[in-house]
Design a protein around this ligand. Structure first.
Ligand SMILES: NC(=O)c1ccc[n+]([C@@H]2O[C@H](COP(=O)([O-])OP(=O)(O)OC[C@H]3O[C@@H](n4cnc5c(N)ncnc54)[C@H](OP(=O)(O)O)[C@@H]3O)[C@@H](O)[C@H]2O)c1
Length: 315
């Protein structure tokens, strides 16, 4: 299968490395790579000048699958949304790690893919490739997801951990930045937008919610102080930025809050770049999925697992 990449940053490079490592068993070929400022490359050649447009790139890079891994725009899902639509219109399968399009327009993209007769996959959008969507799709047939509880934002955990050591919010943000996990604008993490986007993705895909991050009842950790965190620590409690979803009388309700939890609560057990998601279901009770210290390698694996799945379903 021939694969075209739009975006070649941290995730793109890790993904290309993974394809190379697994080339014998999984002979995928990179047909082209398109970036914003670093140019465009075709068929393993060096980067040359950027294609004039994504249309030009997609028309020239003869590929079966487009992997969309550009920088996210938390307020709109662009430019990835347009890139994905253009790929689907050309009847290419699409794999993405970009939350935006799924948070803002999942149902439309799913339907566009279905009409085009191609696959649309996004395992890496939540929990860096730890199986969530593929697990539900493959391993939980007939199960209805009624709700979820997730601790899904790494920056907030690093900040709260720093506060437990008496450090300031800014010290915590800088520690997260050194780990490479904070968005350029850290308020996206601190004010709960990242957690809201992940909640919208989970609800759209697993609960057919047709919502957006703008509709999530959201409050981040912006007003939390080290004094409050230390006071809670003395009572063996901590704070977690929790994303919750459930089906209410008027449809799916989504909420992001800095919640006070007992230190012994499973939600408090995930630290740093680890993540926890509990799915509340009708037939299987509550199921937990945990990713320990995940990062760009796991994100790359999530893309790879989607790609392998598409290749197998095309046989
Ligand atoms: N990093 C993680 O661990 C992680 C985890 C889960 C999901 N994700 C998601 O994965 C995606 C990629 O993340 P990343 O860390 O690799 O980002 P990154 O290092 O910032 O790289 C982004 C890439 O997108 C390219 N790009 C931006 N706008 C473009 C446009 N309009 N047309 C073509 N290319 C464009 C950039 O081009 P230039 O190189 O020319 O600037 C760059 O190559 C994001 O959506 C992110 O949210 C990342």
């Amino acid at each position: 299968m021939r694969v075209a990449l739009i975006g070649y940053g941290n995730v793109g490079r890790a993904f290309a490395g993974l394809l190379e490592k697994k080339r014998k068993a999984f002979p995928f070929r990179i047909a082209g790579i398109h970036t914003a400022r670093h140019g465009t490359a075709y068929d393993g050649a060096d980067f040359g000048p950027a294609a004039g447009s994504v249309d030009e790139f997609l028309d020239r890079a003869a590929c079966d699958v487009v992997v969309e891994i550009t920088t996210p725009n938390p307020a709109s899902g662009e430019p990835a949304l347009t890139h994905i639509r253009k790929a689907l219109a050309r009847k290419r399968h699409v794999v993405t790690a970009n939350k935006g399009p799924i948070a803002y327009a999942y149902a439309e993209l799913r339907d566009e893919a279905e009409r085009a007769g191609v696959q649309f996959r996004f395992e890496s959008t939540v929990m860096d490739g730890t199986p969530v969507f593929n697990m539900v799709r493959k391993n939980l047939p007939g199960v209805k997801v009624l709700g979820f509880t997730g601790v899904l934002n790494s920056t907030s955990k690093v900040v709260i951990e720093a506060m437990r050591e008496g450090k300031s919010m800014q010290d915590g943000i800088e520690a997260a930045r050194r780990l490479g996990i904070t968005e350029a604008d850290s308020s996206y993490d601190i004010e709960g937008w990242d957690s809201a986007a992940k909640a919208a993705v989970l609800a759209n895909v697993l609960m057919d919610a047709r919502t957006t991050p703008l509709e999530v009842d959201r409050r981040g950790i912006g007003r939390l102080t080290p004094e409050r965190v230390l006071e809670l620590a003395q009572a063996r409690k901590t704070v977690c930025l929790v994303s919750r979803g459930h089906i209410g009388p008027s449809g799916v309700r989504l909420r992001v809050r800095a919640e006070v939890v007992d230190e012994a609560d499973p939600l408090a057990s995930v630290q740093g770049t680890s993540n926890l998601l509990l799915l509340h279901t009708d037939l299987m009770g509550t199921i937990g999925v945990m990713g320990i210290s995940s990062g760009v390698e796991q994100t790359a694996y999530g893309l790879f697992s989607d790609l392998v799945d598409i290749a197998e379903s095309a046989k």
